[in-house]
Design a binder for this molecule. Structure first.
Ligand code: NDP
Length: 246
């Protein structure tokens, strides 16, 4: 059963961290639109199981975002919460990175939030309030090798957050939620965490000695979209077990 409260929109909201964020918003009483890119059957199954409204949108394609936004506004109304979560990695050494690897990562992780926020923010402003949360990454602050496209996109997203917070104030708050290592299939594959030795090595670098759960990220989202953060905008909130202390 779907919730009946204010509308929320989560990009990439049908799996991984995005699914946990969508589910939390439903639990908080939000009618929640979860945007998915390709797998319609999987998205519809997740939507049915978790009380979400599945809508197709490729955030890297301005036309796809525009159509989805028009549909959301016409069929479901104005969002009170927008979570720009959709993201991809294509990690390679800089000298091996193709122009397409660069562009796809920038289009999804940085231009995606631009297109989606620009499509929905006018209605949010007109409705008189709301909260935008951009999902960043620690590499957007702390450089790492072999992922310059992802790091540049997430660094850009952090600055986009701050500039938007200025422009949309005082009506809409905009913050950046930055997960550390968070247990998703994508992370396990990318960092080979199903190898116990590799996992132990990673844990030794995290003061809290565990990989974050998607619920840890949902807890922080609950704060950023709720009344307890009513005076917080243009900020980053890092949820990483103390791994990087900026
Ligand atoms: P997953 O790979 O598990 O999920 C990514 C999600 O993004 C999927 O729902 C996917 O949709 C969606 N997506 C990808 N490209 C597009 C696109 N062009 N248009 C619309 N949706 C798209 O990743 P995570 O859950 O691990 O990551 C979620 C976010 O958290 C990302 O922004 C990531 O950078 C960030 N993050 C994750 C960390 C981690 O440890 N897991 C650490 C730091 C940041 P579909 O299924 O349809 O492809």
């Amino acid at each position: 059963m779907t919730a009946a409260g204010p509308l929320a929109v989560v990009s990439g909201g049908t799996r991984g961290i995005g699914l946990a964020l969508s589910r939390r918003l439903v639990r908080l009483g939000h009618r929640t639109v979860a945007l998915y890119r390709v797998d319609e059957d999987a998205a519809r199954a997740a939507a049915a199981e978790h009380g979400l409204i599945a809508v197709r949108a490729d955030v890297a394609e301005p036309g796809s975002v525009r159509r989805a936004a028009e549909r959301i506004l016409a069929e479901h109304g104005t969002p009170h919460v927008l979570v720009n979560n959709a993201g991809i990695n294509i990690d390679r050494p800089f000298l091996d990175l193709t122009a397409s690897d660069w562009q796809r990562v920038l289009d999804t992780n940085l231009s995606g939030p631009f297109h989606l926020t620009q499509a929905l923010a006018p209605a949010m402003l007109a409705a008189g309030g709301g909260s935008v949360v951009n999902i960043g990454a620690t590499t957007g602050i702390r450089p790492r090798a072999n992922g310059v496209n992802y790091a540049a996109a997430k660094a850009g997203l952090l600055q986009l957050t701050k500039c938007l917070a200025l422009e949309l104030a005082p009506t809409v708050r905009v913050n950046c939620l930055i997960p550390g290592m968070t247990e998703t299939e994508e992370l396990i594959t990318r960092f080979r965490l199903d190898d116990p030795q590799r996992r132990a090595a990673v844990l030794s670098e995290i003061p809290q000695r565990r990989i974050g759960s998607t619920e840890d990220i949902a807890d922080a989202l609950e704060y950023l979209v709720g009344p307890l953060s009513g005076y917080v905008t243009g900020q980053k909130l890092i949820v990483d077990g103390g791994q990087f202390m900026w």
